[in-house]
Unconditional design. Structure first.
Length: 179
């Protein structure tokens, strides 16, 4: 199975306020996200982390990675500099890239942390899975929601757990309707 998630921000206390995350503190947030990840992901599953894995954490990135099931792939975001400087953490990812194109269930998916207006085959059949905007409903969100095949993998939009492509579609639909 293939799963997607972005903007986990493990260890980042300020993101709780920024996203209005339903956690009392960073320890609860980290614990819940690790539990939800491992409830969802099997050892042979692939998880594409579409940027911002951990940030300002008191723990090194590998502390989180060694607790998480599955083959992890990092599509780098603006807050992944600490992870990218950590050789042990990098070795725990099956792949690391700034942008990636994969196949999932016969669908072509272009993964990039940053929301893009166009991507290869965007006018035909390819999908774009992005992060960066979390659950913010600003100008970028308003534009991205007009694109037929663009999906926000942000943790707050997807229940703080990795989700399948079909779940990603449904969660984005629900998020767009919650206006």
């Amino acid at each position: 199975m293939i799963y997607y998630i972005s903007d986990l921000h493990f260890g980042h206390a300020n993101v709780i306020k920024f996203d209005e995350r339903p956690f009392a503190d960073v320890d609860e947030m980290d614990c819940v996200m690790i539990e939800r990840w491992n409830e969802t992901v099997g050892d042979n599953d692939d998880v594409y982390v579409v940027g911002d894995f951990c940030y300002r954490s008191r723990y090194a990135p590998e502390w989180y990675l060694e607790q998480l099931r599955g083959r992890k792939h990092l599509v780098t975001g603006n807050h992944d500099w600490r992870t990218l400087q950590n050789e042990k953490a990098l070795a725990m990812f099956a792949s690391v890239s700034s942008m990636l194109e994969i196949e999932d269930g016969g669908r072509t998916i272009v993964l990039c942390h940053y929301p893009m207006a166009e991507w290869r085959n965007s006018m035909r059949t390819a999908w774009h899975v992005y992060g960066h905007i979390h659950n913010c409903r600003g100008k970028t969100y308003e534009f991205m929601r007009t694109l037929e095949r663009a999906l926000n993998a942000g943790a707050p939009v997807n229940g703080y757990r990795p989700v399948s492509f079909d779940e990603l579609v449904e969660n984005n639909r629900r998020f767009n309707e919650e206006r």
